[in-house]
Design a protein around this ligand. Structure first.
Ligand code: HSE
Length: 436
């Protein structure tokens, strides 16, 4: 049988990893796919640049449109990233009846609904395992492995750069900037690292996971996003002393009023497995009604781990090329005409526990005032840590952990506590989840 002909867009970190793994494991891959897979053409901005991979016999071009319109090509691998050009290229590829494999989380989160509709009409597949969790097969797990469950919630460490930075800050006491530079050198960070540290990259990924889990359209704009920029060394230390780790987490939870969709730093009890996922590693916890809690762990970024997911998709596409398009696994796990419009809750409607750090005058009655405000707002305190004053100082840090409460109640209480004459400045609020 003729080999499947692949056109690759982009020869960066993931693109070159994909070429290397496809060559190295060619025999095993074709035994799995049932066909040989041949990369025929690669579009790269600079075809003359020296590469870390063997490109013998592959046609190099600077024009990606030549690939997506080339009648010889069966499958296009979109590994250029970014939104606008990638969107146009994928639509062109679909219009030319090519299947597409992409690692582009931003594109799927923003335009996945349109792309999947176009693909369905054209009878082609758009596969995107590499878009979430790097090498972890989390899309496959949600879409197929857990298909019998009603998913209750999922929570993931889905940005390797942020996890790497938080881990380095805790383990080595190094600064935020040092850790970020190191993550960039290792090729984990996005081209614009503010996408990582600002939480946007994780929100792209959470948007995709939530659609697969609950059968809802992709709704990136409704995802609440907070990055890790405001996490101070002292918060990491206090959390540690109280038996918690701070992780940057994406959470999608089904509640009776709607779905919580939020990305933010989170305290997690250190005895939970997910709290011990360190460095660039990613992990996603999924709670299904039948299976209970399941945890998926692995490298969330990097050249060959991401290539691993791209190639798994490519093999999937090759295996199902000849199957009736109506009988393929749906792009978003649920049949496209049966997606539901469950409301996405705003952050003030979220229900979670909290870590609060405040600076208070060291005088009698301060704790009584604070606890009175909590009582009035129906908030239960889980624990309080009050530091000794540093000699000569009149104020002390107070750390309070609360039980679960609606965010709007917590915000109201924080506002009232900040007005107390014994409290100095603003209160630092970090959400806390026990993930039971
Ligand atoms: N910048 C991303 C991360 C790369 O750090 O997780 C993988 O999507």
């Amino acid at each position: 049988m003729e080999p499947i002909k692949v056109g690759l867009l982009g020869l960066g970190t993931v693109g070159s990893g994909t070429v290397n793994v496809l060559l190295r494991n060619a025999e095993e891959i074709s035994r799995r796919a049932g066909r040989n897979i041949q990369i025929c053409s690669i579009a790269t901005r600079n075809p003359k640049k020296q590469r870390q991979c063997d490109l013998t016999g592959i046609n190099l071009t600077a024009d990606p449109y030549k690939i997506v319109t080339d009648p010889q090509i069966d499958v296009v691998l979109e590994l250029i990233g970014g939104i606008d050009t990638a969107y146009q290229l994928i639509l062109q590829a679909i219009a030319h009846k090519k299947h597409v494999v992409t690692a582009n989380k931003a594109l799927i989160a923003h335009y996945g609904n349109e792309i999947f509709t176009a693909a369905q009409k054209a009878g082609v597949m758009v596969a995107f395992e590499a878009a979430v969790g790097g090498g972890i097969p989390i899309i496959k797990a949600l879409r197929e492995g857990l298909a019998g469950n009603r998913i209750e919630w999922l929570a993931g460490i889905i940005n390797g750069t942020n996890n790497f930075i938080l881990t380095e800050m805790r383990d080595k006491g190094c600064s935020f900037t040092q850790a970020l530079e190191d993550a960039q050198k290792k090729g984990y960070a996005e081209l614009d690292p503010s996408f990582d540290i600002g939480g946007i990259d994780a929100a792209h990924k959470l948007t995709i996971l939530a659609s697969l889990a609950f059968g809802i359209p992709l709704q990136f704009q409704k995802t609440y996003i907070e990055g890790i920029e405001k996490i101070a060394q002292e918060d990491i230390n206090y959390a540690y002393r109280l038996g918690y780790r701070i992780k940057h987490i994406g959470i999608a939870r089904r509640r009776s009023a709607g779905i919580e969709l939020r990305v933010h730093p989170t305290l997690i009890p250190d005895r939970r497995l997910i709290a011990n996922v360190d460095g660039v590693m990613n992990a996603v916890l999924v709670k299904g009604d039948a299976v209970g809690s399941t945890l998926y762990y692995g490298p969330g970024a990097g050249s060959e781990p991401t290539a691993s997911a791209v190639i798994a998709d490519l093999i999937d596409v090759v295996r199902t090329l000849t199957s009736d398009p109506e009988n393929r696994v749906p792009h978003l796990a649920f049949q496209p005409n049966l997606l539901v419009n469950t409301p996405i809750l705003s952050i003030i409607e979220a229900k979670t526990a909290y870590y609060l750090r405040m600076q208070a005058l060291d005088r009698p009655g301060v704790l009584a005032d604070i606890t009175r405000v909590f009582g009035e707002n129906n908030i239960s305190i889980e624990s309080i840590l009050q530091q000794e004053p540093i000699s000569g100082e009149q104020d002390v840090p107070i750390i309070i952990l609360t039980q679960r409460v609606l965010e709007q109640n917590m915000d109201k209480a924080i506002c009232q506590i900040e007005q107390l004459s014994s409290i100095k400045g603003k209160i630092k609020k970090i959400r806390l989840e026990a993930f039971r």
